[in-house]
Design a binder for this molecule. Structure first.
Ligand SMILES: [Zn+2]
Length: 273
């Protein structure tokens, strides 16, 4: 057994050396490519960064401004990176560690009719990817800080508590006043499921949009949620009702593969353009 062992040791050394040479050749080639003006990957990343910065400034003019370079933005005076520089191998990991590029990586399908979101390998659920550092910088690092920004909004015989940062409370009042023109929808709006609540999303370590005072749940009686629902996608809330929320900057959880049909969340960055 000694001979094969030695041979296999030598083979391994040869292999390692060949692999090193191949790696060196590859590195030299890619360095040369990067040095020439043709570096499409870098250019694409640069333009994605600029697009994300512009979308965020347009959506949150009161709280977001451009950073000193294309890689960062400033939220309430705090410098945040657009990207974590990591390539997470699975969608679940991206969801758990979303950065701002991820947050804007899926287009939100505003308007009606609402199509059933595709539930393939990469679920379609724009808005579920949240860069938690961004929301903490914008709305508050803790329950106490967010609580200090909350405003009570009368809501069809109940009260919603949402933040006044970014004018969220004002936008919710506009939603309510438009919805009040539709008595036929009253049953979906009374007895709401809730609004501000500092908590993680069920079964995860990620903070819910409710933690930041930007989310409301309408009547749970007509709600469907992917964790409870048997037999796949289901929605009983009229799309036209949700379209009113969308017009004022709130996205709808019924447009997610992992659906949550009573959930509306102020996310104007997904509703522009
Ligand atoms: Zn909710």
């Amino acid at each position: 057994m000694v001979v094969p062992k030695e041979r296999s040791g030598r083979d391994r050394r040869v292999f390692v050396m060949l692999a090193f040479v191949a790696l060196l050749a590859n590195w030299t080639a890619s360095s040369l490519a990067a040095e020439s003006s043709a570096s499409p990957a870098a250019a694409a990343l640069g333009s994605a960064s600029r697009d994300v910065t512009k979308v965020l400034i347009d959506a949150y003019p009161a709280t977001v401004r451009a950073g000193a370079d294309n890689e960062h933005i400033v939220v309430n005076g705090r410098v945040l990176p657009l990207s974590d520089g990591k390539e997470w191998p699975t969608y679940q990991e991206r969801l758990d560690h979303a950065d701002l590029i991820d947050q804007l990586s899926q287009a939100y399908p505003a308007g009606c009719p609402a199509e059933v979101p595709s539930g393939g390998e990469i679920p379609q659920e724009p808005g579920r990817l949240r860069d938690e550092a961004f929301f903490k910088a914008m709305y508050g690092e803790s329950a106490a800080v967010v609580q200090g920004t909350l405003v009570s909004v009368a809501w069809f015989g109940s009260t919603m508590h949402v933040t006044n940062v970014n004018g969220v409370a004002k936008h919710l009042v506009a939603v309510r006043d438009d919805l009040a023109q539709h008595p036929e929808w009253l049953k979906y709006l009374t007895n709401p499921g809730g609004s501000f609540f500092w908590r993680t999303i069920e079964g995860t370590k990620r903070l819910s949009g409710h933690s930041f005072g930007i989310a409301v749940d309408i009547n749970t009686k007509y709600s469907d949620y992917w964790r409870w629902s048997k037999g796949g996608y289901k929605n009983r809330i009229p799309c036209e009702l949700a379209a009113i929320f969308e017009r004022h900057g709130f996205i709808w959880g019924a447009k997610w593969s992992h659906f949550d049909t009573m959930h509306f969340e102020y996310r104007p960055e997904l509703l522009r353009g």
